[in-house]
Design a protein around this ligand. Structure first.
Ligand SMILES: Nc1ncnc2c1ncn2[C@@H]1O[C@H](COP(=O)(O)OP(=O)(O)OP(=O)(O)O)[C@@H](O)[C@H]1O
Ligand SMILES: [Mg+2]
Length: 546
């Protein structure tokens, strides 16, 4: 009798009875996560991963008890006689004949079926660090990526490592060595974590960021200036539209015909102070009703109705925290400078990675900020491709949305609609124009489904919340359901790597980031054991009050 036999075949798992575990493994350890080869009558084998096992005690012929290991394994793909690997459960020809453990070099060979030219490395197999798990880098970056996991599961480190590896890529056929490759990554960093991981990056904080208000579209402008529950909001919307469109026309220097085409959403300059003045005029307008006999006037249609609106406009205009948006530097900047700033094409300071540090951006304008930058990056990619003679995207972008649940939630709340629209547009059409998104979140269940359903690759890290686990399970092909059972047990830096770019779904350990993002766990015991440390409150308070 052979040491192992298949006793049951289900669509997404096989059950194997093992009489002699040592013989099956040939001395190697067999554990949950080990790979098996299941041969049928053809010469190809199913590769399956052990998901669980149990032990049955049965009376043997000799009269004592025989231990039988019952393994359950999830089929991942088929390897043919020539070592060619194809994903998917496939059919197992009945009866399956023999079962053996796949050895390290066999498993490595399977992973190496990724075209060597396209191999991109950032992880090893969780159960055996000697097995490298490369992905197909073209498929990985040209489709959207989702990185999900509870807090502290290692998402930021994973993202940092992936980007670091991307900036190290070099084209071997180039005759000269070069220090900067053509990687372009833009990170929305909510907690100022990425600066340490990318010391050479183009860093934009609230002090240096310039995101001019005149590039906002109608929806974003209304987000910023209109309280939709106010009685007069329809009047406010109408007058804002009229005065802004007039303001754009007034500053336009092109031909008369071109001027006629200018509309509310044209990405053209207008002066916010002129708009404010025009609105004040309307609020104070009196209409002359004098007759030859008597001088008289009456209140204009909006007389006194715009008080709240004007106060809000003025408050925003004078809010120093919003200087990056509405301050004087936002008035003088040109569209080209804005684009260069966000793509790292800054004269003399080019950078592969642009870190947009949003930690100082007031929460009420966070969604709008992400929305505007995303829209600019999308439009830039669109026009770049359009202008390029052969229609190629030669500077493809990756946009990383950290803590995405904060600005693209599933909820239909109006205040998130602009950022949701902008990111959904990248999710739906970005691929064609060479702009892809990496969505990083600890609350996947709270994120817009439109966005998640467009992701082709997943790094699912430890997830403890059952609602999030179920959500992730739903997004992952049925046949892999059993693999996701391990989600709550993964350790920091471990992930299930699933998707187009992976040879087969795998449990991997991400390489640690060098240098790390500043999101590492605080070493409480070490810090607390030190002698009392004095704190200078003055600079803290100053920074706060700024
Ligand atoms: N690949 C790894 N190897 C070893 N340790 C890791 C690895 N990745 C992350 N860690 C550790 O896990 C901890 C949390 O990592 P990280 O900040 O990336 O988590 P996170 O998922 O981004 O959390 P949050 O949702 O709160 O932002 C850190 O202390 C880090 O050192
Ligand atoms: Mg993080």
């Amino acid at each position: 009798m052979s040491s192992a036999e298949v006793v049951a075949v289900y669509p997404n798992r096989v059950k194997i009875a093992v009489h002699n575990i040592a013989e099956l493994a040939d001395g190697e350890p067999v554990e949950v996560g080990s790979y098996l080869k299941v041969y049928d009558n053809t010469e190809s084998a199913i590769i399956a991963i052990i998901e669980n096992y149990s032990i049955e005690l049965r009376p043997s012929k000799e009269g004592d008890l025989e231990r039988i290991y019952m393994l359950e394994a999830v089929p991942l793909g088929i390897i043919d006689r020539d070592g060619h690997f194809e994903r998917g459960g496939g059919g197992i020809a009945i009866p399956p004949k023999t079962v053996s453990v796949a050895f390290k070099d066999e498993v490595q060979r399977i992973y190496n079926t990724v075209d060597s030219e396209n191999r991109f490395h950032f992880a090893q197999l969780a159960q055996d660090e000697e097995v490298d798990v490369p992905v197909d880098g073209n498929k990985f970056f040209s489709r959207h990526l989702a990185v999900v996991g509870s807090t502290g599961s290692g998402k930021s480190h994973a993202m940092a490592r992936i980007i670091q590896k991307a900036t190290e890529l070099r084209d071997e056929s180039e005759p000269e060595e070069y220090s900067l490759n053509n990687t372009h990554v833009i990170i929305f960093d909510l907690h100022a974590e990425y600066r340490t991981a990318f010391p050479e990056a183009n860093h934009l904080g609230v002090e240096s960021l310039v995101l001019p208000y005149w590039l906002l579209n109608s929806e974003e402008l209304q987000d910023l200036f209109i309280e939709s529950n106010e009685e007069q909001s329809h009047n406010q919307i109408a007058i804002l539209k009229r005065t802004i469109t007039e303001g754009k026309k007034a500053h336009f220097s092109g031909s008369e015909d071109e001027r006629d085409l200018i509309h509310y959403d044209s990405p053209l300059f207008f002066d916010i102070d002129d708009v404010l003045a025009a609105i004040k005029d309307k609020n104070e307008e009196r209409i002359d009703t004098s007759t030859s006999a008597r001088k008289s006037d009456k209140a204009g249609p909006l007389f006194g109705k715009l008080d709240n609106f004007i106060t809000r406009l003025e408050n925003r205009r004078n809010d120093r925290r919003l200087d990056f948006l509405l301050g004087d530097r936002a008035k003088s900047v040109r569209l080209e400078q804005v684009l260069r700033q966000f793509t790292g094409y800054i004269e003399g300071a080019q950078a592969n990675v642009t870190v947009i540090d949003l930690s100082g951006v007031p929460f009420e304008v966070l969604s709008l900020t992400v929305s505007l930058v995303s829209r600019l990056l999308f439009d830039y990619s669109y026009y770049f491709k359009k202008k390029n003679v052969d229609g190629r995207s030669e500077t493809p972008l990756l946009v990383v949305y950290e803590e995405a649940h904060k600005y693209v939630p599933k909820s239909g709340l109006a205040k998130y609609s602009s950022s949701r629209n902008a990111i959904e547009r990248i999710a739906k059409e970005g691929r064609k124009y060479g702009i892809t998104a990496a969505i990083v979140s600890q609350r996947p269940a709270e994120i817009s489904e439109t966005i998640f359903s467009q992701c082709n690759n997943f790094l699912a890290m430890r997830l403890t919340n059952p609602e999030d686990q179920n959500y992730v399970k739903r997004l992952i092909p049925d046949s892999l359901g059993p693999l996701t059972e391990s989600l709550p047990m993964l350790s920091a830096g471990e992930a299930l790597l699933i998707g187009d770019a992976a040879v087969m779904p795998s449990r991997v350990r991400l390489e640690d980031a060098h240098p790390s993002p500043s999101s590492s766990d605080v070493m409480y015991l070490r810090e607390w054991a030190r002698p009392w440390r004095n704190v200078h409150f003055d600079p803290i308070v100053k920074d706060w009050e700024r």
